[in-house]
Design a protein around this ligand. Structure first.
Ligand code: MSP
Length: 629
């Protein structure tokens, strides 16, 4: 029986910009998928690479006065060098300027031409160089003459070119998408493409005259033209497998998953299947489409200076924390927002408090109560079995999540199971049972908890390979190779684990880095959004500096209905004793967070100018808890 195979691809990235968070996300997601399929016993193959031809690349090289070949070599090398730093396990890295690629592009073009699906015609239209495509009047009716994506002026181009008979394949494509739910997902993108296919498709211009652009692959049947960059680029997925004769192509092509973001949906969901069909090549198996990352609510762009460098983030927070965060934070298919604040919050809650804490508790107790050896599991109770079943349910749920790339919700489920295990330990209280002399029961509780941890270590390994290898090592286990029977034999020596996920700290940049100039006003928000913020008057009851930082004060405040602790970054501006008895304004419904290990339930308000900060207060006596509106 042939083995199960799985082939996953990223888009090949343009080499006119440096790699950033968006590229890293898609590639990390593919890496996670391939690692999960490896654990499920599949024979996997993972491809990424760079897209190096086309008018846009040519133009960027000219604008920066660089030789185009020198530029693409240098920038492709940046992508290639990035991936190992993010622990990406791609098997191959394809460049469209390689001979192994152009050979296949030409072979497929020739076959399509011979079949009669490529013809020459004269065409005039509005072209966007950055999108590398013509736009119809209908598509630009909002602002005629301008690209709807880049908002730059379109170029009117009239010339003879070769066209691909896209229109001929419209009905076939609709049927292909409609008859196979797994072909294109998530559903919103499937619907989007089906809606697009309700209007007639135009044939697609697939060449550029050499006199306008020489930076491309020559058409095999007319060397006065080069191939349109998107036709060329899409073929990479096959040329890298050594189409047509290489065994890799036979083995992996039928099990292809393409991962892309929504910006290149049309090219992958419409052009690519039709190019393949016309060349009599079976279509890929799955197309998976994710949304866009914004950064602190704004589009990521060079001009805003907010482009996220993945290596910088990995160095700052830890590579595995970064990988976990991006995979967990973005609901697959929807847009996601990247912010240091949410990364710190997820790390502190899900990784440090839940998983890391569970590992420390369990390994410490095995040391204390079981002489450091993994105890045997005897006579499991209902509670033990229910917990263990949760782990098996996760393993059963995994293939469905992989099929749909819903890694974010799978990770949420793993986190839930870890939380339940922490609760189980608290409820089972092995320390009390140990005192009462119930040593067998203590052993079973810790054996169950260890199995849960080891299971979680396996299930999180594809996302956080380094930290999970450490977790498993604490149980005397090596790198996981499969998900079958993850439990180690009783008696394995257990090492007390060092904290796997230290708490991270996020300090509001407003008080951390004072600027002397008035900051620009933030984008407008709706009244309803403002109304969600619950501002209250509070009285400071106690105040003391937080050790090991000169920035923070720990305050106990009276909010009328309750007393609570907040940690505020104002130690550089106010002494602790100056705070006591003072009335301040606080955001009372802010999600709690930890600063230096102390929980802060709310945030006080202060006005800032340059190096000073002044607390806001009511300007007259008001009862604690009064609303500010
Ligand atoms: N070269 C083409 C793809 C050809 S594939 C046959 C291209 N390159 S690109 O460099 O622009 O990469 C686009 C891809 O990068 C997106 O589809 C996505 O995978 C990733 N991302 C780039 N910016 C992104 C975000 N802001 N958010 C999420 N991913 C994005 O298009």
């Amino acid at each position: 029986m042939p083995g199960k195979t799985y082939y996953v691809t990223t888009p090949i990235y343009y080499v006119n910009a440096d790699p950033h968070l968006g590229h890293a996300y898609t590639t990390i997601m593919c890496d996670i998928l391939r690692r999960y399929y490896d654990l499920l016993g599949y024979d996997t193959y993972f491809l990424t690479g760079t897209d190096e031809y086309g008018q846009n690349i040519m133009r960027v090289a000219q604008q920066s006065n660089r030789d185009v070949k020198e530029m693409v070599d240098a920038n492709s090398a940046k992508f290639r060098a990035l991936w190992p730093q993010l622990n990406i396990t791609n098997d191959d890295f394809i460049r469209t300027t390689e001979e192994r690629h152009s050979r296949v592009v030409q072979a497929i073009l020739q076959r399509t031409y011979d079949n009669g699906d490529i013809y020459m015609a004269e065409y005039g239209g509005n072209y966007c160089v950055r999108c590398e495509r013509f736009y119809t009047d209908k598509e630009t009716e909002q602002k005629p003459g301008f690209c709807p994506i880049h908002e730059t002026e379109l170029e009117h181009i009239k010339e003879k070119n070769y066209f691909f008979r896209l229109s001929k394949y419209q009905d076939w494509l609709r049927e292909r998408i409609e008859s196979d739910r797994q072909f294109l997902a998530p559903n919103q993108f499937r619907n989007e493409v089906l809606a697009l296919l309700r209007d007639p498709l135009d044939d697609l211009c697939i060449s550029r005259p050499v006199e306008r652009l020489h930076w491309g692959i020559p058409l095999p049947f007319d060397d006065k033209f080069v191939t349109y960059v998107w036709y060329d680029a899409l073929v990479n997925y096959m040329s890298a497998l050594g189409y047509p004769d290489d065994e890799k192509f036979q083995k992996y092509w039928p099990e292809t998953t393409h991962m892309i973001a929504k910006d290149i949906l049309r090219q992958h969901a419409v052009y690519w299947p039709c190019f393949l069909k016309a060349a009599e090549i079976p279509t890929f198996k799955r197309l998976r489409v994710h949304g866009w990352w914004t950064v602190e609510g704004k589009k990521m762009s060079k001009s805003l200076g907010n482009v996220i460098d993945p290596v910088e983030e990995a160095n700052k927070w830890g590579l595995d924390v970064f990988r976990y965060f991006v995979a967990r934070e973005m609901t697959f298919g929807s847009d996601g927002d990247y912010s240091a604040k949410s990364l710190v919050a997820r790390n502190n809650a899900e990784l440090a408090d839940d998983l890391g804490n569970l590992l420390s508790r369990v390994t410490a107790m095995v040391g204390k109560y079981c002489e450091g050896a993994l105890p045997a599991l005897s006579e499991p109770t209902d509670a033990d079995q229910t917990l263990l079943r949760g782990l098996n349910d996760l393993i059963d749920a995994l293939p469905g999540h992989l099929e749909n790339c819903t890694i974010h919700s799978f990770l949420a489920k793993v986190n839930q199971v870890v939380t339940l295990t922490n609760r189980y330990i608290t409820e089972q209280a092995p320390w009390a049972k140990f005192k009462a002399g119930e040593t067998d029961r203590v052993g079973t509780i810790l054996a169950v908890a260890s199995q849960m941890l080891i299971g979680a270590g396996h299930l999180l390994y594809p996302v956080m390979p380094e930290r999970m290898a450490e977790l498993l090592e604490a149980f005397g286990l090596g790198q996981p190779e499969s998900l079958e029977n993850t439990a180690p034999p009783a008696g394995n020596k257990i090492q007390p684990a060092k904290p796997l996920f230290p708490q991270l700290e996020y300090i509001e940049p407003t008080l951390e880095a004072p600027e002397s100039q008035a900051a620009p006003v933030k984008p407008e928000i709706a009244f309803e959004d403002f109304a969600k913020v619950d501002l209250r008057i509070a009285t400071v009851l106690e105040a003391e500096p937080v050790p090991k930082t000169d920035k923070l004060l720990r305050l106990t405040i009276d909010l009328g209905m309750e007393k609570r602790q907040i940690v505020a970054g104002i130690a550089q501006f106010y002494k602790a004793e100056e705070m006591i008895g003072r009335q301040i304004v606080v955001v009372a419904n802010l999600a709690p967070r930890k600063l230096r290990g102390l929980e802060s339930k709310g945030m006080l308000l202060a006005g800032r100018d340059g190096e000073t900060a002044i607390l806001l207060g009511p300007g007259g006596d008001l009862p604690a808890g009064s609303e500010v509106s």
